[in-house]
Design a protein around this ligand. Sequence first.
Ligand SMILES: *Cc1c(COP(=O)(O)O)cnc(C)c1O
Length: 359
Amino acid sequence: MIARTMMIPHSRPAIETADIRAVTEVLQSRRIAQGGVVERFEHGMAAYFGLPGGVAVTSGTAALEVALRALSIGSGDEVLLPSYVCAAPLLAIQRVGAIPRLVDIDLGSFNIDPSAARQALTPKAKAIIVPHLFGLSADLTELEALGVPIIEDCAQTLGATEQGRRVGSIGILTVCSFYATKLLCAGEGGMVLSRDESLLERVRRLREYDETPSLHPGSTNLKMTDLHAAIGLAQLERLDSFLKRRRWLAEEYRATLSGVGLVVPTVPTGHTHTYYRFVIRLPDLASTADGLHDIIGRFEARGVQCRKPVFRSLHRYLKLDGFPFAEEAERTALSIPLFPALTDEDAAQILQALRSEWS
Ligand SMILES: *Cc1c(COP(=O)(O)O)cnc(C)c1O
């Protein structure tokens, strides 16, 4: 019997000396609220996407909300979004008073299905929120053909490409999240980016409540602090190496898992994957409702924390029917730990657990 060592967590941020030093410098400067470091982080992220600017806010959820407000989306307007994603986009739509129009996914990519989106389209549709799930770009080319403004939700995908274009550089607005477990973390935080300076100016006005010539209805306080931005900026410098490590781990997992009856992540032609998550699909467990739960428990016993990658499909919150692929994903998708701070020993333990379960 091997002694149980510490559980390998599903996710853990890559915090190194550079991050600690960056935060310390801000503390020593005594300028700890929104200031020059936030501005540098905004410029750095914008440059990463090849966009002229970005506006940092407190979270990805807040970024989605102000993105909708900047487009003047509100009561009576419809916003399309996939059913298989976390609740943040749905809540942002509801908070601005708009109507969510849920769309089923493409099971191969876990992303919004463009043809289902076309069917959900009405003249009231004012935008479509397109999350690029698990590190893989949605089919932006097909989605652009719908003729509705695209808000790219890059909370889970940075650095991926679609037909040679960088994800996050294509929609009218792009939102990011810097939550602790995201590709690039700051603890909490978000950003709205765009090539349209007037939209960014609207977001800036919503983010701050003071020192404006007139009182702007809807303005609140969504400012990021220099302490958080310092971590984000230090992480941004290492983002390419993070992504490289993720790709390497993904190829190791793929080699181990190919040919054991599981569905490993597929990468459509013309797309690249950055493996924010390594999500496999198990043989359909519909007959055993607790199948996924049982497997997660068995992995935990082997010291590996796996997760359902999406907690609950959004149509279930809204008590809607007709989302078979989102439901199948919810029943069969399992996320295996994959993050740059994972050591080679951790990766070997994960692969051993996978082999014991399925070969
Ligand atoms: C994490 C996440 C969000 C929300 O970001 P927060 O910073 O946690 O508010 C939005 N969309 C997607 C796809 C996410 O993964």
